[in-house]
Design a binder for this molecule. Structure first.
Ligand SMILES: NC(=O)C1=CN([C@@H]2O[C@H](COP(=O)(O)OP(=O)(O)OC[C@H]3O[C@@H](n4cnc5c(N)ncnc54)[C@H](OP(=O)(O)O)[C@@H]3O)[C@@H](O)[C@H]2O)C=CC1
Ligand SMILES: O=C([O-])CC(=O)C(=O)O
Length: 272
């Protein structure tokens, strides 16, 4: 086990459904990592439980995180992605990005990381199978498709629904509310379709990746099915996510981040 000096310092931006669980896991201990700082919109709301951690991190504004840590985990509203990630990668550090949908409006962040030796890591998050998609993408992927079904509560307020005056509050049967590219899905559903963008960046890009979204009053879980056809394999996989206290976010998302952080310094690393 690495000693304290060799540990990489981690900060977490956002203490909601994802950030809280990630912070608690880091506090319990992840090989080679130490939690140093966190940020929230209303710090006072979080002081109590943070003080009870084994080793309380600093509670600071997001613009201080990049200086304090080697790795910054972004799990905040997508509009903050640029402010959180840019200072990290321009210092040659690592940003773990959850609001990956925002990357399409901030593609230059990848160039910034490249220019400064930084890295942006996108965990599999609420999705499934990005190991297989990235492997297939080494060859040629012919098509990639995502079909998402969510309970109504997980979709209410999405810009696509508001702009197109689509009412889903009182539907009693599944309703297809979107069909198009991953790029357009991310614009229309910024808090819901990170998974579409993650799939597209792992595979054939946001314009060729097709997405269908259903508001489904018959499901209680956020359900994502991916279908990929390539010159090495054809596969389809489905994940049914139990919502966290944030109905837009599946419980497994925080666990995916924790698994991703464990892999960073682990002596044995399984999966692509
Ligand atoms: N890639 C994937 O598979 C997935 C990605 N996501 C994305 O991850 C992100 C986080 O999701 P989730 O945890 O559910 O979100 P929540 O809404 O539960 O939490 C958001 C957090 O961000 C904090 N925050 C808001 N404004 C600021 C600010 N100015 N400075 C610092 N912190 C701030 C809030 O603070 P406070 O608590 O004080 O209000 C809150 O703690 C979202 O963009 C979501 O779309 C979600 C699910 C899956
Ligand atoms: O299913 C989830 O938990 C969240 C989701 O769709 C996303 O953010 O893309």
């Amino acid at each position: 086990m690495a000693d304290n000096k060799a540990k990489m310092r981690v900060a977490v931006a956002g203490l909601g459904a994802i950030g809280t669980d990630v912070v608690k896991a880091l506090d319990q201990g992840i090989e080679g990592l130490t939690l140093v700082a966190v940020s929230a919109n209303s710090p006072d709301k979080h002081r109590g439980w943070i003080a009870e951690l084994k080793s309380a991190p600093k509670l600071v504004p997001i613009d201080e995180l990049a200086e304090l840590a080697d790795i910054v985990v972004e799990c905040a509203p997508s509009k903050l992605v640029r402010a959180i990630v840019a200072p990290v990668v321009e210092r040659g550090k690592t940003a773990v990005l959850l609001s990956v949908g925002a990357l399409l409006q901030n593609e230059d962040l990848v160039d910034l990381a490249k220019a400064h030796g930084g890295q942006i890591i996108v965990p599999t998050g609420a999705l499934i199978g990005l190991d297989a998609v990235t492997a297939a993408a080494v060859g040629t992927i012919h098509s990639a498709r995502l079909v998402t079904r969510k309970p109504v509560a997980g979709l209410i307020g999405a810009p696509h629904l508001v702009e197109n005056n689509i009412r889903i509050d009182d539907i009693t049967e599944p309703l297809r509310i979107f069909e198009g590219s991953a790029r357009d899905a991310a614009k229309g559903f910024p808090a819901n379709l990170n998974v579409a963008v993650a799939l597209s960046l792992a595979g054939i890009g946001p314009d060729r990746t097709r997405v269908e979204i259903w508001a489904d009053p018959t499901v209680t879980r956020n359900t994502h099915r991916i279908e990929v056809d390539s010159d090495s394999a054809r596969f389809s996989m489905m994940i049914e996510n139990i919502p966290s206290e944030n109905p837009k976010t599946g419980r497994i998302t925080a666990l995916s981040v924790i698994a991703c952080l464990r892999k960073l310094r682990a002596s044995l690393r399984i999966g692509t």
